[in-house]
Design a protein around this ligand. Structure first.
Ligand code: FAD
Length: 384
């Protein structure tokens, strides 16, 4: 089995790495402290074409393979998880679903403008009373006599919510449970659509997170994803396969950032007359982080490999997400520990790594939900 990158993938990673080190990382701490959206990085994501990396070339995107996408997300996660989240929602949660499940008209309308970044996308699944239990969501889309739909829904914690031009919104068109849910591509300038920014997050503080309110929003039949009712949860699950691979990649990047900064700090700081890296218990922190990092990266690359070969990677993505997210929290905690008191103030990055890692065990399916998915695959028995 060959785990090396192709020359193209290796060259691409080098380009991304340089860009992240030049544009993303230097502003990450200040943006976090000021809850400031990373606008310069977003402009750069458009100019470099990274924002359209996986969209098909026929729609003006980069047509990149899954491992290149994982490499991009890992590098962005290493630099700033806030910037990473813009891309993984836009590409992984929305563009991928439009490409797989949209009508030709939907692909022609949305993918070219998403590839350039002229239009950003957000993914509206979670409701205030339905998070893990998304299949029972209560937002409605009622079909009118003229074939249009009137949508009334409230969505919460939506990444890119106030800056998106299109929202993929899941709403109930009829019937109970997940089969009654449909997906709609809603232009955010439609009357009745409002996005309210959420402040005061523990981490991802410069990321755009919003509540969406859809109050009698009327969209034409062309907004119904794939032109078919009842496929909303299937669309969401398809999105979350990519999304979970992407979160695992981002956490790999966070862990790499933790390890890099731990090595830098512990080989400079001295206590008891020697570098703290010379103390065996500090080496334990470094070694544990390095081993977990390798495992997270390999599990994530396996998802990309399965996807590239056209195989089902949903279960592998759940496993990678579960492992990498939990491991990134431990790695970031190790990083704070290695910095001592300096890890507790926001002049150094360790605290930000911990706060940014912490959300990853919660969104796109909590760790508990990943365990239920894995348990169901092992036993054939569903605990949902
Ligand atoms: P709940 O579902 O209420 O869960 C609470 C606790 O109960 C958790 O520990 C959970 O694991 C546990 N639990 C629930 N059910 C079970 C069960 N059956 N067995 C065992 N334990 C269970 N959503 C979007 O749609 N789009 C986005 O772009 C988006 N971005 C987000 C960004 C941020 C910063 C955050 C914080 C959230 C975001 N979310 C987004 C929402 C996120 O996906 C949900 O928060 C997540 O799915 C959990 O739902 P919940 O918060 O309602 O928790």
């Amino acid at each position: 089995m060959d785990l090396s990158l192709s020359p193209e993938q290796d060259a691409f990673r080098k380009v991304v790495r340089v860009w992240v080190d030049d544009v993303v990382t230097p502003r990450a701490l200040t943006n976090d402290r000021e809850e400031r959206f990373p606008q310069e990085a977003l402009e750069g994501l458009k100019e470099t074409g990274f924002l359209g990396l996986t969209i098909g070339e026929e729609y003006g995107g980069g047509g990149a393979d899954p491992l290149s996408y994982v490499l991009l997300i890992e590098e962005l996660g290493r630099g700033d998880a806030n910037v990473r989240s813009i891309v993984s929602v836009h590409l992984g949660l929305v563009a991928g679903v439009i490409e797989r499940m949209g009508t030709d008209e939907q692909k022609r309308r949305w993918l070219p403008v998403m590839a350039t970044g002229e239009v950003l996308a957000c993914f509206g699944l979670t409701e205030p009373d339905h998070g893990s239990d998304a299949g029972n969501l209560t937002g409605t889309a009622v079909r009118q006599d003229d074939g249009s739909y009137k949508i009334n829904a409230r969505k919460i914690f939506i990444t890119n919510g106030t800056i998106a031009g299109v929202a993929l919104v899941m709403a109930r068109t009829g019937g109970a449970g997940s089969r009654g849910v449909s997906a709609f591509l809603v232009p955010t300038e439609t009357p009745g659509f409002t996005a309210n920014k959420i402040h005061g997050k523990l981490g991802l503080r410069s990321c755009d997170t919003a509540e969406l309110v859809l109050d009698d929003v009327v969209v034409g039949p062309e907004a119904l994803l794939g032109g078919v009712e009842g496929n909303g949860i299937r669309a969401a699950l398809s999105a979350l396969g990519d999304g979970r691979m992407s979160i695992a990649a981002s956490c790999t990047g966070i862990m790499q950032a933790c390890l890099d900064s731990m090595i830098e700090y512990t080989t400079q700081r001295e206590q008891f007359g020697k570098k703290i890296a010379a103390h065996q218990l500090i080496q334990e922190l470094l070694a544990d982080t390095a081993v977990q990092l390798d495992a997270a990266r390999l599990m994530t690359w396996r998802c990309a490999d399965l996807k590239a070969r056209g195989e089902d990677y949903a279960l592998a993505a759940s496993k990678a997400k579960l492992f990498a997210t939990e491991a990134s929290v431990v790695a970031a905690n190790n990083c704070v520990q290695a910095y001592g008191g300096y890890g507790y103030i926001d002049e150094y990055p360790a605290g930000k790594y911990l706060r940014d890692a912490r959300v990853t065990t919660l969104y796109e399916g909590t760790s508990q939900i990943q365990k239920l998915i894995i348990g169901r695959a092992l036993t054939g028995v569903s605990a949902f």
